[in-house]
Write a protein that binds this ligand. Structure first.
Ligand code: C5P
Length: 232
């Protein structure tokens, strides 16, 4: 499994996305489509981007009863995405149902990864509002282990958690990590960040990079720099 840079296509409409993608005349970057773009444009945006030859990580973070997730995953699988995700909080039964829904008749399926605790959830909020009293790092590892038991391929986590997750779930368990910034770049609203080079050292398999590429003066150059630093 090769390492790759995934560009977070956080645009709110089709025109913005295609104006951005038109800049890439030589490469076909792996793209992440999130809720904003998917809900604005519907599944057709996935088909159109796929037709242009990009791999797609559809970041919709499903969380519902197992039967509903199974059926929704079947739809996503037919959309021919390459990676999708769900909340590990939905339990092992929900994650197993998701795998079942995703698996096509020929046995192939998109990669499936789990969100553990969102990086926006603090230890304090988790305890007071969700009544989870364990340490947040332990919760992340437990959810990652559950995802592995259910047969998922890996998790989304902060690059700073990637090494820890690999230690507990094995080297083959994939880590997809946002929160990446160039050493000389703007941080924006991200807090726990790392550079592409450092993410490589820590052992991330995929880095998800948004604004450092999408808002760069030269997005293609920024993408190439990311690939050079992360993939080598
Ligand atoms: O622009 P930036 O590089 O911060 O974009 C990171 C992308 O990864 C965004 O789409 C953001 O929603 C997503 N993400 C994140 N942190 C998480 C999960 C997803 O930044 N814990």
């Amino acid at each position: 499994m090769g390492k790759d840079v995934i560009i977070a296509c956080d645009f709110n409409g089709k025109k913005e996305v295609f104006d951005f993608l038109d800049k890439f005349t030589e490469e076909k970057p792996y793209l992440k489509i999130g809720m904003e773009l998917f809900y604005a444009e519907g599944p057709e945006i996935v088909r159109e981007i796929k037709k242009r030859g990009h791999k797609i990580f559809l970041d919709l973070k499903l969380h519902d009863i197992p039967n509903t997730v199974m059926k929704a995953m079947k739809v996503l699988s037919n959309l021919d995405v390459d990676m999708c995700n769900l909340h590990a909080a939905g339990t092992i039964a929900m994650m197993e149902a998701a795998i079942k829904g995703l698996t096509r008749e020929d046995g192939t399926r998109p990669m499936l990864i789990a969100v553990t605790q969102l990086t926006s959830t603090s230890q304090e909020r988790m305890q007071e509002e969700l009544l989870i009293n364990e340490k947040i790092e332990d919760v992340v590892v437990k959810y990652a282990e559950n995802a592995k038991v259910a047969g998922l391929d890996g998790i989304v986590c902060s690059p700073l958690e990637a090494a820890f997750v690999k230690e507990n779930c094995g080297k083959e368990f994939i880590t997809v990590t946002p929160g990446v910034r160039f050493a000389d770049g703007e941080v924006g609203d991200q807090v726990r960040i790392t550079t592409p080079e450092k993410a490589k050292e820590i052992g991330s398999d995929y880095i998800v990079v948004g604004r450092p590429i999408t808002q760069a003066e030269d997005p293609v150059a920024a993408y190439r720099r990311c690939v050079a630093e992360f993939v080598g």
